[in-house]
Write a protein that binds this ligand. Structure first.
Ligand code: BG6
Length: 789
């Protein structure tokens, strides 16, 4: 009846009715936040766009709430629907009225409720003499509810032959590769791939949705430019001023990388980096090319990322999650990640992805910055934006907010005048004084959408038209998790850099690209005791210097601690080389020194490597190429990045005569002989040790029968951990060193740190307690977690 009422002229109506298909849209979670904020308005916009065309509609708001209460809540959400500003109010009111009449609430709780829904749709289609075109089910519900609903839809709400089914899901789509895979498998048992539409609302943001069309329409200009020869770097940025308060139970489990980088920023990265298909309107071609771009992503490692956390976060987490006073969260609320795409097009071009909460401004953009070799002689006032090679050359997809405050695409005038669809994008009016990323707006050809549209209204329209390229396929999702999961695992215990939030953060989070690594450009000023007042500022931070077992102790957050230790080692090296012409350094293996090795490799250009001899403190009895080998760790994280004469490298001879650590091969004696031959008085300039949770150091374990005293410089020992056989410097040799540094990091070391602080010299129980250089210096380097817990 309604369909009939909507027909304007009888003849037109009869013609339309022959063709008309009916589409039922079921919004699950119709009274929830997302529905209230975006989805109802998006559905109304879809109706406004499609009314009078080939389809008729019915909208079913659904939730678990009982009908009367549910309808009241839904009606509230519908009250605030609005029309585009250029629509006459009377026309708007008429269409709104029609939309409301087509919308109803229903409780969907039991299997029976789903069967009834399906029957009602069939009855309506029959009664109005329509052809059923399809059904859309929008899951605006928490993921734990997905499977039940999916089962019900699959078993009783599929439309008949000839009509399509589309199910729409909202993130999170899993927590890591495994959980995403599990969820995908479950959903895959109910729905075909082509039926599923996973939403990433950033793909509906106008500037993002325009990236591929822009690349396509400007092929001629971009063909020669969009590659490693011309692009210096790409930045994909989403800064937020809000913090996570109110949603910590979600956030604590996800953090910024899972919440934003794995999805929104990665999707954007793909749109920039993927090869452009010949036909950008072909969903299949776009999805295929995007998937190929995923394959080109170089694996991430710890050095690819930096993480931060706004200072108030842990207190908020304690409050919202009822955690005890001592609880400190490691969840990052800020992350910067350096990504490389290993393809002919992008090799060597850094892509920086960055997002954070509680920052100084809200803004999102993608910036493609082109190389510029120009060296300009004349003063800036003589530069003409259209021609001058001196001005930065960049293309900015401005997603929203910031000073510009709306979506836009900006192309530096010294690049080319871009072409954009004239019916939907127009040049931005000059706004004197307005600057975008530090440049006046007048530097750019700047275009904005004629009508700003919310991402959800765009995506709902794409769902309706079956444009799958704007959604996340299962393969795409798993490829993304495949890329991010190893980094997330490696950061699981990383202590994020604390930042005060807002403008007070100052330069604390500024980033620096350094070879293949990304780091904070400023060292972390350490905070031991917050100053008076609420949120401490960078100036309130201080480094802790104290004593431990009567020797100097340096304590800081891990990053600062490692920097400090690296600098101290470098200073010792310079001093030794200046006085004796060489520096003998004995290094431990294991995981704690890795960050130190990386720091030494990347940041210490004055290190006298050519005059440094590297020795091992201990070694596992495995081949040197084995991943468990300490030498292998040294090779991977340090040796391959520095220039050290090969005769200055002294791995322990654990693999002789095709066997491992056989007494008869005399490997320990050989190493001792090498030390005696090269190191004056067998006194290393610096020995770096660690401390195990059982009090072991080097490979000297409690109750060890060898190596704690006596004449032997190098010994074979047994470890309670695999691999059991070890070779180690002995305590007497360690104690002959000029300097011994003990590096202790992480919360798991807290108990042994406490214990060892109290015990005397009892190396048989705790070998570390026997470390006391006879005439050298001992310094403890502990991070706060190891020292303060
Ligand atoms: C969501 C994240 O996906 O995107 C939020 O879960 C974030 O943490 C939001 O705030 C940002 O979206 P927008 O559209 O406000 O930029």
């Amino acid at each position: 009846m309604l369909t009939v009422a909507m027909c304007v002229a009888l003849v037109g109506c009869l013609q339309a009715q022959e063709l008309r298909g009916h589409v039922s849209i079921v919004l699950l979670g119709a009274t929830g936040d997302l529905a209230k904020k975006y989805l109802w308005q998006g559905l109304f916009q879809l109706y406004l766009d499609e009314v009078g065309k080939d389809h008729s509609f019915s909208f079913h708001g659904a939730a678990l709430t009982a009908p009367e209460q549910g309808w009241k809540l839904m009606a509230k959400a519908l009250e605030s629907l609005s029309c585009p500003s250029d629509m006459a109010p009377s026309h708007c009111a008429e269409l709104k009225d029609q939309f409301l009449r087509l919308s109803q609430y229903r409780q969907l709780k039991t299997a029976e409720d789903y069967r009834t829904l399906s029957k009602d749709i069939e009855a309506q289609v029959k009664q109005e003499d329509l052809r059923e075109a399809g059904r859309i089910f929008y899951f605006s519900v928490p993921p734990f509810a997905y499977v039940d609903i999916a089962r019900n839809i699959n078993s009783s709400c599929r439309p008949g032959p000839g009509a399509w089914l589309r199910v729409v899901f909202e993130k999170p789509f899993g927590h890591d590769h495994l959980s995403a895979q599990q969820l995908a498998t479950e959903l895959g048992s109910f729905f075909q791939e082509e039926e599923m539409y996973r939403v990433d609302h950033y793909l509906g943001k106008q500037a993002v949705a325009q990236i591929l069309p822009f690349r396509d329409q400007n092929r001629k200009a971009l063909d020669g430019l969009w590659n490693r020869h011309h692009v210096e770097r790409v930045e994909i940025i989403m800064k937020e001023t809000v913090d996570a308060e109110g949603r910590i139970s979600f956030y604590e489990e996800y953090g910024v990388i899972r919440d934003v980088l794995q999805n929104h920023l990665t999707e954007i990265l793909m749109l920039v980096a993927m090869e452009l298909p010949l036909n950008v309107s072909s969903s299949a071609a776009v999805l295929q090319h995007k998937l190929e771009a995923f394959r080109g992503l170089r694996g991430l490692n710890k050095g690819s990322a930096v993480v931060g956390q706004y200072q108030a976060y842990s207190a908020q987490a304690r409050r919202e999650l009822q955690k005890p006073e001592g609880f400190h969260s490691l969840t990052p609320t800020f992350a910067g990640v350096l990504v490389h795409v290993d393809s002919l097009r992008w090799e060597g071009v850094p892509f920086t992805l960055m997002s954070g909460k509680a920052l100084d401004e809200r803004v999102g953009y993608v910036r493609v910055l082109f190389k510029n070799q120009a060296f300009c002689i004349q003063h800036e006032r003589h530069w003409a934006p259209e021609q001058s090679p001196c001005l930065p050359r960049q293309i900015i997809f401005h997603i929203g907010h910031g000073e510009l405050s709306h979506p836009a695409i900006l192309v530096s005038r010294n690049l080319f005048r871009p072409s954009l669809p004239a019916h939907s994008w127009a040049e931005v009016q000059e706004r004197p004084g307005l600057r975008v990323l530090g440049r006046p707006l007048s530097d750019f050809y700047a275009y904005s959408p004629l009508r700003e549209r919310d991402a959800y209204s765009i995506l709902l329209s794409h769902i309706f038209h079956g444009r799958k390229e704007s959604f996340i396929t299962t393969e795409n999702l798993l490829a993304s998790w495949d890329f991010w999961t190893p980094l997330l695992d490696s950061l699981a215990h990383e202590v994020p850099r604390l930042y005060p939030g807002g403008a007070d953060t100052g330069c604390l989070l500024d980033l620096e690209l350094n070879g293949g690594h990304l780091s904070f450009s400023q060292q972390q000023p350490e905070q031991l005791v917050p100053g008076p007042g609420s949120a401490p500022k960078p100036s309130d931070f201080q480094v802790l210097r104290a004593r431990y077992r009567e020797s100097p102790l340096i304590s800081a957050w891990p990053e600062e601690l490692i920097s400090r230790l690296a600098s101290d080692i470098e200073a010792s090296a310079l001093q030794a080389v200046q006085h004796f012409g060489k520096f003998h350094l004995a290094l431990s293996g294991g995981s704690s020194p890795i960050a130190l090795f990386q720091q030494l490799a990347m940041g210490h250009y004055s290190f006298p490597w050519a005059h440094t001899h590297l020795w091992l403190v201990d070694e596992r009895c495995v081949p040197l190429s084995d991943p468990d080998s300490n030498f292998q760790g040294l090779q991977a994280h340090l040796l391959q990045h520095i220039r050290l004469p090969y005769y200055n490298i002294h791995p322990m001879p654990v693999h002789l005569h095709q066997r491992l650590c056989a007494e008869e091969d005399q490997g320990a004696q050989t190493y001792a002989g090498e030390i005696s031959a090269l190191v004056a008085n067998s006194s290393f300039d610096l020995v770096l040790l660690g401390m195990g949770t059982d009090g072991h150091t080097a490979s000297l374990f409690p109750q060890s029968p060898t190596g704690l005293d006596g004449e032997q410089l190098v010994v074979l020992t047994q470890s309670p951990f695999r691999p059991h056989q070890r070779m180690s410097l002995s305590l007497p040799l360690i104690n002959r060193a000029k300097k011994v540094a003990v590096l202790v990091m992480g919360r798991t070391k807290r108990d042994i740190t406490m214990l060892v602080s109290r015990v005397g010299q009892e190396p048989r129980k705790w070998p570390i307690s026997g470390v006391l250089p006879s005439s050298g210096q001992l310094v403890w380097y502990m991070d706060y977690e190891a020292f303060l817990g």
